[in-house]
Design a protein around this ligand. Structure first.
Ligand SMILES: O=C(O)c1cc(=O)[nH]c(=O)n1[C@@H]1O[C@H](COP(=O)(O)O)[C@@H](O)[C@H]1O
Length: 310
């Protein structure tokens, strides 16, 4: 988590740009070029997605510290899409960005170990250690309990990576399960406390700096819960989605941060990726529009955080 925090500090910007590229929403010229070359195929769609991502990464890499590719949009395009995911991760890391793969994985221990090795670690092929995806962090669904999370921590320890566990998600129905009380405590809060416990385990019971290996996902659309979680979890770093397209604003996410304006990173995907549509500029300037939106978001967050830290 310290690697991410250093990149946030260097850019003075706690924003992660979500890479959720939907082929149908890409600029028409990119779609047409790809289809002219490869026909109406998954390969064409994956080529367009990769070209789009590269331009977005080039435009954002000195503005934002991190990107969060959402695996669903790549899996949607079959194996060429999964290849585009791997190439996107490699390109973003080459450009100095921290990469959080959003795949929300969670399973029995042996399977979770495979997920974690796939996304964060390595696989051994006849004695050769190969990195399949090589992201810096992975989103994790901890519904299976500790033995579905601890194998990922082993991979984190071995490779210097971290995970973000779903806590209070940003979607309208999140309360159906996450707000239920267990021994008087909401499930999202229980997950938060488990994250703090798992971080302690990852550090071998030693204090691991201000923020540990296991972060928590908490949505911008629930500011009261963000405030409560921040107060109860002083050593847990938050990934806060829901800014922009889902209606969250800078004032809503401010409670996720600590007194130093540290402790959280805010995701925006569609509002950045498709900013050219909202701006009404030429679609060929889509990357410029994404940069302008990311700079606007940075200013918006920093203005509110300056007040919050007072
Ligand atoms: O884990 C996530 O990132 C996530 C958790 C959550 O509670 N809500 C949420 O929206 N997300 C993801 O964050 C992104 C939000 O996208 P936008 O609404 O377009 O900014 C999507 O990739 C979601 O899958």
């Amino acid at each position: 988590m310290d690697t991410l925090r250093k990149k946030i500090a260097a850019r003075q910007n706690p924003t992660v740009a979500g890479l959720d590229p939907d082929f149908a929403k890409l600029p028409a010229f990119l779609r047409e070029q790809a289809v002219a070359r490869r026909g109406k195929t998954l390969e064409a769609a994956a080529d367009a997605v990769l070209a789009f991502n590269r331009a977005i990464i080039d435009a954002l890499c000195d503005v934002v510290p991190a990107v969060k590719p959402q695996a669903a949009y790549y899996e949607l395009l079959g194996w060429p899409g999964v290849r585009a995911l791997a190439e996107t991760i490699a390109y973003a890391r080459e450009k100095g960005l921290f990469v959080i793969t959003d795949a929300k994985r969670g399973d029995i221990g042996s399977t979770m170990a495979a997920y974690a090795r796939a996304h964060l670690g390595t696989v051994e092929i006849e004695g050769a250690e190969i990195t399949p995806f090589g992201a810096d962090a992975l989103t994790v669904n901890a519904y299976l309990g500790s033995d579905g999370v601890l194998p990922a921590l082993e991979v984190c320890k071995a490779h210097g990576k971290c995970i973000f566990v779903l806590g209070k998600t940003s979607n309208p129905s999140s309360g159906e399960i996450q707000d239920k009380l267990v021994d008087g405590e909401p499930v999202y809060s229980l997950l938060g406390h488990l994250c703090a416990h798992w971080s302690g385990m990852a550090a071998g019971g030693e204090p691991s700096g201000r923020y540990g290996t296991v972060g928590l996902v908490a949505g911008a659309t629930y500011p009261a819960q963000l405030a409560e979680l921040r107060q109860n979890l002083p050593h847990t770093f938050f990934l806060v989605p829901g800014y922009g397209a889902q209606g969250g604003g800078a004032r809503d996410v401010a409670p996720a941060f600590d007194e130093n304006g540290d402790g959280a990173i805010v995701n925006s995907s569609r509002a950045i990726l498709y900013a050219w549509r909202k701006e009404g500029c030429n679609e060929r300037d889509f990357a410029g529009a994404a940069r302008r939106e990311a700079l606007r978001m940075k200013e918006d967050l920093n203005a509110v955080l300056a007040d919050h830290s007072k």
